[in-house]
Design a protein around this ligand. Structure first.
Ligand code: ADP
Ligand code: MG
Length: 343
């Protein structure tokens, strides 16, 4: 069935305290579909915690162990759309009949049933028939069944007949294992300290963890740069809300001086040498972007210039970034340095 994607397996669904019950129940169901007390098996948990992966693994494993069984994976949205199509064509009985021939029915994201009363009626008929015939049902939901709003009570009470198992955010060790497995599967490597850094800082869900890993790999290949902690920190700024440190005008001044190899006192004096003027303008621009200081205060930090000079500098930098790619790259690189310093 095209709805089952073979990339999702139990083998690559890393077990941890966060998912042990659900994962083991899923294995049992795949081994003995319809014959355990886990019927229906309801897997619930918030976004990105592995509901689809686990539900798909159950489907794939069932097919592998029981090639003659009819296994169907469908999202509740697709189920509803199909139902509505059949309903328009006066073919609801065909629809129900089709589903009643399935041995293992997996419906993903049943929370979306809340906007579909008639689809719920059809699902109720299908559920009853399958359950009575000893067929297996597997459902996933983004919340525990008791909190499913807009789902008929008679359905909810049937969801409670079997086992409801939740997925939690994997703990730190499990997150490390998940990252290591992904890397290994792709034949890639990265320093352990970077893996630890990602696993430690991304503790929302597995999808975000993977997203961070993918960004990091992309950044590394785009910039032709080895993956190291520095790069990881830079990439992670887009993923985690960091309690950013207050960055000062002086800090930015020193960073720019170091970057362009300009003496600190020259930056503040009235030198008109082109490199120094540009460095000064960029510093003002960054000070405006990264600090909460007024234009007046920023001007004062450059040997008592007034706020119109600061405005003019910021505008010059913006214009140059549009027209001069070397200049733009320097500013972008400095921006990243300042951002990192604020982490
Ligand atoms: P959900 O359906 O709950 O929103 P998904 O099943 O789509 O979440 O999982 C999001 C991503 O995280 C997928 O790429 C999935 O393979 C991965 N994932 C989730 N849990 C695990 C796990 N325990 N081991 C390995 N990968 C996982
Ligand atoms: Mg999903």
């Amino acid at each position: 069935d095209p709805q089952l994607n073979p990339i999702y397996t139990f083998e690559n669904f890393i077990e941890g305290d966060s998912n042990r019950v659900a994962r083991r129940a899923g294995k049992t169901v795949a081994e003995k579909p319809g014959a355990s007390s886990f019927n229906p098996l309801v897997i619930y948990g918030s976004v990105g915690l592995g509901k689809t992966h686990l539900a798909q693994s159950i489907g794939n494993e069932t097919k592998r162990l029981h090639p003659n069984k009819v296994v169907l994976y469908v999202s509740s949205e697709k189920f509803i759309n199909q139902f509505q199509d059949h309903s328009r064509n006066n073919a609801i009985n065909d629809f129900i009949h089709f589903y009643q021939l399935i041995d293992v029915l997996i419906i993903d994201d049943v929370q979306f049933f809340n906007r579909a009363e008639k689809s719920q009626d059809a699902f109720f008929a299908i559920f009853n028939h399958l359950h009575q015939s000893g067929k297996q049902l597997i459902l996933t939901s983004d919340k525990p069944p008791k909190d499913l709003e807009g789902v008929q009570e008679r359905l909810l009470s049937r969801f409670r007949w079997g086992l409801s198992a939740d997925l939690q955010v994997p703990d730190y060790e499990t997150r490390i294992e998940i990252l290591e497995r992904k890397m290994k599967n792709d034949g890639l490597e990265m320093p352990k300290e970077v893996i630890k850094y990602l696993a430690y800082n991304i503790n929302s869900n597995v999808r975000e963890l993977e997203g961070a890993l993918i960004s990091l790999l992309a950044q590394s290949s785009l910039n032709k740069r080895e993956i190291d902690l520095d790069l990881a920190k830079r990439v992670l700024r887009n993923f985690v809300k960091t309690s950013s440190k207050e960055i000062t005008i002086e800090t930015i001044q020193k960073m720019v001086c170091e970057y362009f190899d300009v003496p600190y006192d020259k930056l503040l004096q009235k030198t008109r040498k082109r490199e120094i003027v540009q460095a000064r303008q960029i510093t003002m621009y960054l000070a405006k972007a990264f600090t909460k200081n007024s234009l007046k205060t920023i001007g004062e930090h450059f040997g008592g210039r007034d706020h119109t000079t600061v405005i003019h500098s910021c505008q010059t930098v913006k214009d140059l970034m549009d027209t001069d790619s070397t200049f733009r790259e320097s500013v972008m690189e400095l921006q990243q340095k300042v951002q990192l310093a604020a982490m």
